[in-house]
Each structure stands twice: as C-alpha cells, then as structure tokens.
Design a protein around this ligand. Structure first.
Ligand SMILES: Cc1cc2nc3c(=O)[nH]c(=O)nc-3n(C[C@H](O)[C@H](O)[C@H](O)COP(=O)(O)OP(=O)(O)OC[C@H]3O[C@@H](n4cnc5c(N)ncnc54)[C@H](O)[C@@H]3O)c2cc1C
Length: 430
C-alpha cells in the first residue's frame, strides 16, 4: 500500500535549515529524517558527552518500522531483550494471564533495551549520515523574526544561530515550552512515581535465590504483578544476564526542581509488603535504584510559536507515562512527520509545514497518552480474581500498524490546503 512513498533527497537540497535543540530520541530521530529528506540540520546538545543514563526503554512497532527503514534493525535487535511474553500475576502471586510476544507485529518489530545503548545506535547513525551534532552547547534563549522569515537560538557563551526552523527537543523540563506558550507551564505530579533499576543478574545473586532465579536461568523472561494502586514489572535481557525492574506506586510529592534521584531499597520493598515474596526478593537484589517522579503536563494548547518557526517535539511537547511505552516512539514519529511536511511545503512555506505537522500529530499523540493512563488504571483497579483479557497490554492497530512517514505523505496535501483556505484552527481535545 505504501510502496514508493519514500522520497530521499540529497543532503541540503531543500535549502531548509533546521536547528534541533537536544540529542535525545526526539532530537536524533528528527535529525536523521530531516537529513534523509534533504534538509540542512544541526543538533545542539547541552551534555558534553553521551552518558550512560536510564534503564529499560521500549519502542513499539510504530517506531520499529522507522528504525528498520533506517537500516538499524540488525544493530538494535541484538542488544534488546527477547522474552516469550508477559507473565502477569495478582499481588498474591497467582498467575492471571500470559500474553505472548508477537514479533513482528503488523509487519514491524518492537524493541526493549537499555535506553543508553539504543540511543548510542541512533547517535552513531545520525553522525554517519552527516548530521552535525554539537555537544556541550546549551541553548539559553530562542528568537524569531517575521521580516527575515527566520528563527534561531542563543547559546550560553553568546553565539547566535539562525535557521528557518528551530525544533526544541529539550525534554520534559523544556525551557522552550515557556517561549512557545508565553508562560511557565509547571509540571504536575501524576499522583504516581516509580522506582526503577537495571543490574547484572549473576553479580547480584539473582541466580542463587529460588525466589528470583527463574529470571536468569532460561533465557529472557518478563514478569508482572498488579495490585491496588501498584504494579511491578521485571524482565531479563541478554539471555538472562541483566535484570530490569520498574515499580509504579502512588506518590503525591510536590515536585520541586528535582524529580529523579537515588531511591532506597527499604522504601521500595515496603510497597510490596504482604505481596508475593518474589516481588521483595527481586527488588532487593538491585544494588541501587532511581526514584523517578512521574511528571505530567495538561495537554499544551499548542506546540508551535506564533510565527510557526519554533516548535516543541517529544517530551517537551507531550510527556508520556511509562505504561504507554510510547514516549520515545512518539518522539521519533514527531520528527519523521515534520521532515516530510517540510519537504512537501518547501523553504518558502515553513510555517504552513509546521501547522500541518501539528494538525497531523496532535490527536494521535493524545490518544497514545490516554492509552498509557487507561492501562495503569485497569491494572491498579483489578480485583485479585480478575483474569480477563482486558488486563493484557494493549496492542491497537491504530497505534502499532501506523507508518508515520507514509501517513504524512498521504495526508499532507489535504491538511495544508484546508489550513491555507480556512486559516489554522488550534487542535481541539477529546
Ligand atoms: C537522563 C534520562 C534518562 C531517561 N531514562 C529513561 C528510561 O530509562 N526509560 C524510559 O522509558 N525513558 C527514559 N527517559 C525518557 C525518554 O528518553 C524520553 O521519554 C523519550 O525518549 C523522549 O525523548 P526526548 O528526546 O523528547 O527527550 P529527552 O530524552 O529528555 O532528551 C532531551 C535532550 O535535550 C537536552 N537538552 C535539554 N535542554 C537543553 C538545552 N537548553 N540546550 C541543549 N540541550 C538541551 C537534554 O540534555 C537531553 O539530551 C530518560 C530521559 C532522560 C533525559
């Protein structure tokens, strides 16, 4: 159906200069697709080097389809976990569901691996395509100039950089968000936080304890436990060599600047007091863990500046809950869609490309965010004897069979025409 939709162009051929702030999944995804579409790209990242940060990160088949098109499947697949499916239990430890993994699903693979390792693959790929990534460059302000039909950033140190479009992929604590909205949209607590850990199985005695050894003795596995207002997921990867767990629980801590810091094992195991003893056993094997407050923003009224030359993508525009497993996937889709709308609009119509992009993306992103909330809620509210299929992790076709690139090519003309004829309406929410 989507044969021949791809339109790769020589680097720099559209003449559209795109400055991308942030080299996370959103920024790198945008950079890779922009250079493939012929735009001239520079990425500015405040960290001076890539750090091994984070732990398990999931990419759905909707992102897997894009990564495969970029030729990255063979690099990412070997560094990911390959479990047969999710073994879901109630808090007492009774198995309530087994949901088999389906690989590929709707023609594409999903990936679950270490955030930093998959990130490195994307980073190396961007560099190999000729993307200029300037590390150690912190953006301190944004500007746009209608007369010059341009926008740009100022770096700490004073350097000005001008572009046709600035893409702020600066994460959940985005500074650009304030520039776009004209006010400070403070993050709120979602009412939940999670503790998370990633560690070596053998070094931490996972193989010696009968309450944990099934995680590492027979290849990769994926286990889950659900109870009132809490769920815990534990999985192994690299043929049982590494263990990762994430436990989500109620937490109304008022957020200050810090929302991710070291957690204490004694606090973590308290959450599963009275649960299946396997839970405390797994949790206490981790040599360290992170206490990660789950920040949410009300959906922003817009992701684009008044003149349409500075935009937010990824977590800066729409942070995700982990239960959606879509944060990085939607960030990548944002960039792919944008690269196409810019290519089709051309250098003289960048604001039209950007408005069309927001129109195409807005509702889809919102629907995926809502899916994350509903998965969390159904797990947290399930009765212990509930064994229904509705407890499975959702695999909706609208989400996973989607091809962001093909979709953008197929709908752009209609969306852009309507905006040009009727003026731009801000997106409305369900
Ligand atoms: C340290 C870290 C660890 C994470 N760990 C996990 C994890 O284990 N599992 C998981 O599912 N998700 C994790 N995430 C979140 C996940 O990466 C994102 O939800 C998702 O990939 C969307 O990415 P993004 O590019 O929009 O934002 P991010 O991944 O947050 O990337 C934003 C980038 O912008 C840079 N930046 C910010 N401000 C500026 C500025 N002013 N100038 C220049 N650069 C700037 C940041 O340094 C960062 O590299 C983590 C994010 C971070 C930052």
């Amino acid at each position: 159906m989507h044969a021949n939709f791809e339109r790769i162009a020589p680097a720099g051929s559209t003449g559209i200069k795109v400055v991308i702030v942030g080299a996370g999944y959103g920024g790198l995804g945008c950079a890779i697709e922009c250079i493939r579409k012929g735009h001239d790209v520079v990425v500015l990242e405040k960290f001076s080097e890539l750090k091994i940060q984070g732990d398990i990160l999931s990419l759905g088949p909707n992102a897997g389809r894009i990564l495969a098109r970029w030729g990255l499947h063979d690099k990412i697949w070997p560094i990911c976990g390959h479990h047969p499916g999710l073994n879901l239990h109630n808090y007492k430890g009774e198995k309530i569901r087994f949901q088999a993994s389906v690989q590929p699903l709707f023609g594409a693979y999903s990936y679950n691996g270490h955030r930093a390792e998959i990130h490195q693959v994307l980073f190396d790929h961007a560099v190999s395509l000729g993307v200029r990534i300037r590390m150690g460059q912190e953006v301190v302000s944004y500007w746009e100039n209608d007369e010059r039909k341009s926008s740009g950033v100022v770096l700490r140190g004073g350097e000005y950089i001008e572009a046709d479009l600035v893409v702020a992929a600066d994460g959940v604590r985005s500074q650009a968000r304030r520039y776009i909205l004209g006010y400070n949209d403070k993050p709120k607590t979602s009412g939940y936080a999670l503790y998370r850990a990633w560690f070596d199985a053998a070094e931490n005695g996972v193989d010696k304890d009968p309450l944990t050894n099934y995680l590492c003795t027979d290849g990769d596995v994926f286990y889950g436990w659900i109870g009132q207002d809490v769920h815990m997921l534990a999985s192994s990867s690299r043929n049982g060599k590494t263990i990762s767990w994430v436990i989500t629980h109620k937490d109304d801590t008022d957020l200050q600047d810090t929302w991710s810091f070291p957690g204490k094992t004694e606090d973590v195991v308290k959450i599963v007091a009275g649960w299946d003893p396997r839970c405390a056993a797994i949790l206490s094997k981790a040599p360290s863990c992170i206490d990660w407050k789950l920040i949410v923003h009300d959906p922003l009224p817009t992701w684009i500046s008044k003149s349409g030359r500075v935009i937010l993508v990824g977590d800066a525009a729409h942070p995700f809950l982990p239960t959606s497993a879509q944060g990085a996937s939607q960030a990548i889709e944002d960039g792919v869609t944008l690269a196409v709308t810019l290519q089709l609009a051309g250098k003289n119509d960048v604001p039209l490309a950007v408005k069309s992009w927001e129109n195409i993306r807005y509702q889809r992103v919102r629907n995926s965010q809502l899916m994350g909330e509903s998965t969390r809620d159904k797990w947290h509210q399930a009765k212990p004897d509930d064994k229904g299929e509705h407890l499975d992790m959702p695999r909706p076709e609208w989400l996973f069979a989607f091809d962001a690139e093909a979709h953008a090519y197929s709908v752009y003309d209609g969306v852009a025409r309507e905006i040009a004829e009727k003026g731009y309406q801000l997106p409305t929410l369900p």
